[in-house]
Ligand binder design. Structure first.
Ligand SMILES: *Cc1c(COP(=O)(O)O)cnc(C)c1O
Length: 403
């Protein structure tokens, strides 16, 4: 049974009924799901829940989906925490550096968490047509879960989105289009076509349940660490769903008595070529301006404008963390380091979090002996890799010492 009671505007606190689908609040802000945590507290046993299977679906009481038949599952798993001690040592750390490897989820990224919940809730409302803008991974997750639930999906991607992502969407049965614009411009297309196409808009934070799915990253992390949190979390921040969701999860767990009041420093990581949150953080602003000419190979964080900017900035500031921008060369170097030192292939966005960890150490934002968690948000295999192949002529004389 779910303890979900209602939705609340993240800016004004206005209440919204849970019995019908919603997008943004009347104030144009994201809606947050609220639960009866007082009733849940005596009823829920954190260890019994953690002992269940089903990956993120195990947290059913703290998720909005009520009926079993609305659950849409594709083999979800708890993603592993992988220590990367050699990478840590190379970076100058002496504590513990852990990668939470989200690439192991269905469709190869943590977008599965959010979209599974969004699709399940849409199913419960009888919605059959969904649309969204995507830099690749969100569309892959939407199309997979939508097809699984018997729904149709439309995805609009910036023209330079890697081909592999678009083909994945198409193979999942989604309708996919390249658009001559950035992700927020693709989002504007969804809004424009909504009435004519009868779409439900599942854009980042424009529907309330993707956050609930991403929240499970926080629940899972606490459980994996024995019901405590690390000193620092480095999160690759595009729309910020995961950072906002985890921050919400920590609050809910404290109210359930599952963890204490301690919190990790939250680091919102962006690329120097697209860093609207970092700019707003440094300027002391509550909202971020749209970033012009956004450029980074880390497509998942190439988000020039985030509707939840104030929620990201609030969480970062309350936590005592920071918003950090890293260069393209630091991202690429971090990817090489982690693969070579610890045998773990990061995606560029995950590598950005490693580069930010290195920067935080250098700048004294975290202690050398800190326990830090990096989110490797997607499988490194879905991204272009530097050309490295050499050839060998089997028929020629081989100088083995040259290999
Ligand atoms: C979507 C995405 C992000 C950004 O996640 P948000 O929670 O929306 O900020 C980062 N990396 C990858 C690989 C993504 O697909």
């Amino acid at each position: 049974m779910s303890f979900f009671t209602h939705l609340e505007c993240s800016a004004t606190g206005q209440r919204y009924d849970r019995s019908q689908p919603h997008n943004l609040s009347e104030a144009g802000k994201p809606l947050l799901a609220r639960y009866d945590l007082d009733a849940a507290k005596p009823a829920l046993d954190r260890d019994a829940i953690w002992a269940r299977g089903g990956g993120f679906w195990k947290w059913r009481e703290l998720l909005p989906v009520d009926r079993d038949e609305d659950v849409v599952a594709l083999g979800e798993v708890d993603t592993p925490l992988i220590d990367v001690p050699a990478t840590m040592a190379r970076s100058g750390g002496t504590g513990r550096l852990i990668v939470k490897d989200e690439g192991r989820l269905p469709t190869g990224s943590f977008k599965a968490r959010g979209l599974a919940l969004a699709v399940a809730m849409a199913k419960s409302f009888g919605i059959t047509r969904m649309a969204m803008p995507t830099n690749g991974n969100a569309g892959a997750a939407l199309s997979a879960y939508a097809s699984r639930a018997g729904m149709e999906s439309w995805c609009f991607a910036p023209a330079d989105t890697p081909e592999v992502n678009l083909r994945e969407i198409a193979l999942h049965g989604g309708h996919v289009y390249r658009v001559n614009g950035y992700i927020h411009e693709c989002g504007a297309l969804v809004a424009a076509g909504k009435a004519a196409m009868g779409w439900f808009d599942v854009s980042t934070l424009k529907e309330p349940y993707r956050i609930e799915g991403k929240k499970t990253m926080g629940l899972e992390l606490a459980a994996q660490l024995g019901w405590r949190l690390p000193d620092a979390i480095f999160y690759p921040t595009g729309g910020g769903t995961g950072l906002i969701g985890m921050w919400k999860a920590f609050d809910e767990m404290e109210r359930l008595g599952w963890i204490g009041p301690e919190r990790p420093k939250m680091f919102a990581v962006q690329a120097e070529g697209c860093a609207p949150i970092v700019k707003a953080y440094e300027a002391g602003e509550e909202h971020a301006e749209e970033w012009k000419n956004a450029q980074t190979a880390a497509m998942g964080i190439r988000v020039p404008k985030a509707i939840g900017d104030f929620l990201i900035l609030r969480a970062v500031r309350e936590s005592g963390g920071a918003a950090l921008a890293v260069s393209e060369s630091a991202i690429e170097a971090a990817r090489v380091t982690c693969g070579r030192e610890d045998g773990l292939l990061l995606c560029p966005e995950g590598a950005a979090t490693l580069a930010a960890y290195q920067k935080a150490l250098t700048d004294g934002l975290i202690d050398r002996d800190a326990e830090a968690v990096l989110y490797n948000c997607g499988s490194g295999l879905k991204y272009a890799m530097p050309d490295a192949a050499k050839t060998l002529d089997k028929d020629a004389a081989i100088d083995w010492s040259s290999l």
